[in-house]
Design a protein around this ligand. Sequence first.
Ligand code: KG4
Ligand code: ZN
Length: 333
Amino acid sequence: MTAILGIETSCDETAAAIVEDGHDIRSSVVSSQVDLHARFGGVVPEIASRAHAELVSGVVEEALVEAGAGFGDVDAVAACHGPGLAGALLVGVSAAKAMALTLDVPYVGVNHLEAHLHAAWLEDPAVELPLAVLIVSGGHTMVVIVEADARYRLLGQTVDDAAGEAFDKVARFLGLGYPGGPVIDRLAADGDPAAIAFPRPMRHDGYDFSFSGLKTAVINHVRRHPDVEVRDVAASFQEAVVDVLLTKLVAAADEAGANTLVIGGGVAANSRLRARVTEVAEDSGRPALLPRLALCTDNGAMIAATAWWRLQSDGPTPLTTGASPSLRLPTSD
Ligand code: KG4
Ligand code: ZN
């Protein structure tokens, strides 16, 4: 049995978790900084770094206590080392390296996108490959095939805004606060998704995404119809995003012969996306793998789980490897 301590500080959540053997979550603690950033309408990097520095030790301690473990039980320490905000990443990476060095255990640097991809895997470690995966977060939107040999093939990604970014920007325009995804999700539940026929950009056009035109369409519509029901705007916007995401995920699965549909990242918490993926999976007789909500948004468990796999395949990460704000998903193409 290998217990890994995983630390996540790439954006605005300070998180730590203890995961055994890549799938058994013994604890997962997330301290969100949302309140600190909300009044600025988005994440302020310097505020994020400072908050991570203040919070990280306490969050790690809490993760150990929750797991009923001590530092002596930790077999490796992992941290997200990119992509993300440079100063924010450095806090987690430095903390993890210091702990690994002190405890004389391996350090593992983990790719944030790979971790979002692994979050669903945690739910079913024995899932049959290949998988068609949609990674949808505040910073990224991509369709990836996990090949039978576990390598990643990137089919497409956003050419402008990420899906979560579109939710956040539309919410901000509508005066709904930050982060926008959960608020739009909630409002949309009472709205009519067919009320406004927003465009579905690039829906049948390869595997790349574009959401900035949709955002502009929402803004123009609301300016032209100031009395429109906000919940109808939310539901119609959400429906357009989900339509595009789902169409590409299914097309990717068909093309790659992938049996299982997988989603990951903060937007994977969206109730409409989850319902539609489940529906399509049932209709087409394919399994769907949806991470539980706590594993969609940033967390330490996905870092610790991914580290376990990486430790098996690549061994420890040298302590000379720094943080990489623009790290890419390690793909085979
Ligand atoms: O994965 P994540 O926690 O951080 C990044 O790696 O970016 O994703 C955060 C994003 C935000 O844009 C947030 O608005 C979005 O995920 N999000 C949602 C929902 N919950 C979070 N978007 C749509 N519906 C939700 N329920
Ligand atoms: Zn994330």
